[in-house]
Ligand binder design. Structure first.
Ligand code: SF4
Length: 214
């Protein structure tokens, strides 16, 4: 399993209602709630961010295709909104995406093709595909049982009670973490810096490490 993004999107929220500082690859921005929901409207709300993701992906994908085709399209405009209906405890969400090409001379065939391209943009595929959100809470409280796996430089500490076996470590560094092996962690299976990097990705706090010579 390889994540799509080299680094995760990181959000931090303090007690200031409801500002969330979002750190992305090249900077930060604020997400907030509108005043009517108790925020200060200092940045886009989560629904706006979701729709912006679809709108921007649509435009970028279309622009790439248009450039490849050499068509003259001075502007692409996307309007996105969503509505929801609840039936028997199941909430259905419908996103409407309206696409226009102001000032472009495109015939029906070209517009139909652009519609197909838009429907296949990566974010459309995510939203319309099989999508699941997995959530983990990070623990750092002490527990009784901690199992240690050492190599010459570091000792990997594993707290089984926190391990959810979501298998992030197993899929990302199988030469070290292998649930079929005994013991399941081989601290000699990769260079120590790679092991440290993987340990730091454990979402539950089940894995941590100490340096042996400090
Ligand atoms: S990443 Fe952490 S929680 Fe997931 S399987 Fe490995 S040790 Fe367990």
């Amino acid at each position: 399993m390889q994540y799509k993004m080299e680094n995760p999107v990181v959000g931090k929220n303090g007690i200031e209602r409801y500002q969330c500082k979002i750190t992305w690859r090249n900077g930060t921005f604020i997400a907030d709630e509108p005043v009517k929901s108790g925020g200060k409207d200092l940045g886009p709300d989560p629904y706006t961010l979701l729709l912006s993701s679809l709108a921007s992906c649509t435009m970028i994908t279309l622009r790439m295709y248009i450039e490849r085709k050499g068509w003259t399209v001075p502007e692409i405009m996307v309007k996105a909104n969503l509505w929801q209906e609840k039936k028997e405890e199941i909430t259905k969400t419908i996103i409407d995406r309206d696409i226009t090409f102001p000032g472009a001379e495109l015939d029906t065939k070209q517009k139909d093709r652009l519609m197909e391209i838009a429907q296949n943009c990566p974010i459309s595929k995510i939203l319309e595909g099989d999508i699941k959100v997995r959530s983990f809470v990070h623990h750092d409280e002490p527990v009784e049982q901690t199992i240690k796996y050492a190599n010459d430089d570091i000792t990997v500490l594993w707290k089984p009670s926190f391990c959810k076996h979501a298998a992030r470590c197993v899929t990302q560094l199988p030469s070290v973490f292998d649930i079929k092996a005994k013991p399941w962690t081989n601290a000699y299976g990769a260079p120590s810096d790679m092991i440290i990097e993987q340990v730091q990705r454990c979402p539950t706090g089940a894995l941590s490490y100490i340096k042996n010579h400090e």
